[in-house]
Design a protein around this ligand. Sequence first.
Ligand SMILES: Cc1ncc(COP(=O)(O)O)c(C=O)c1O
Length: 347
Amino acid sequence: MHGYTPGEQPADVSVVKLNTNENPYPPSPHVLSAIRSITAEQLRRYPSPDARDFRQAAAAVHYVEPDMIMPTNGGDELLSLVVRACAGENDRVAYLDPGYSLYPVLANMQAATPMPMAYEICGQEWRVPKNLGDLNAAVLLIVNPNAPSGTLIDLATLEDIARRFSGLLLIDEAYVDFAPVSAISLVKRFSNLVLLRSMSKGYGLAGMRFGYGIAQAPLIAELYKVRDSYPCDVISIAAATAAIGDQAYAQSIWKKVIEQRQWLTSQLAALGFGVPESHTNFVLAQVPAGMDAASLYQQLKVRNILVRYFNLPRLTDKLRITIGTPQQNKILMQALAELRDRENSPA
Ligand SMILES: Cc1ncc(COP(=O)(O)O)c(C=O)c1O
């Protein structure tokens, strides 16, 4: 089997790093205070096995009960748990494709069969295949808003899929903080639905490793059976609890990212890139005719700018670009404009 290939994490902090969808802004100042106030006594003991404080804080934010929240070591751990709990040999793990390239890896680890369901890509529109809910699969994983396209599936479509699908449906909302709508209203109605949330993107805590699931309590209780005893440590619990508790700060950085997303989208379009409307903290830019995405990626890298290039079917003419600070985005656009002009100038 092939393992998952994470994006590059260069040691050089001067790199304009727009390749792994981190938040360009730091976490709430309350996070550092919470980390600084950890005591030696807290470090000596095991942490709360169910990250009690975080569960309560997240439940209050989402208007659900704490036993509907499952804290995990990053959203990725929740994905592992769901696939481990629900899929074995001879089972199918279905997912929309192109999507999150970790999904087939998780299916292969269970000796289950990965079942990519192709998005219908019409220009900049990404359409969900018809009758997705009627699939015969143990697990269906849907990223919404999607990575790497940034596009959004509407709530009515998700509801229809949830109603018809008989396996475990996971809606991966790692990027939902930058989107206009979440599927959280469906959780109380569908007992086979889990939402994934991440603290890495919206809350600027990718270095901390903290995510969580939201589902009906009996489903959460089943997932608890296959997890480690202490998946979240005392420092990450304190940090994540402080971060989710400071909604005013979080919303202020989401707004800034969304404004920059609009700016970057229009600037890329002006240079001839095709960009589907994004509801995330990144855009997927189809390079203009006559330009090559792989070489553009390399030329940007030479200029100390990192974006993501996927050598995968239907993505080889595109670059995924994380929304940076206004200054980073300007540096990127200046470099792209120069490279485009160089391409267009007679040899
Ligand atoms: C679609 C999607 N889901 C889940 C994750 C996992 O996020 P984390 O483990 O950092 O919470 C990522 C991270 O890149 C992602 O892109």
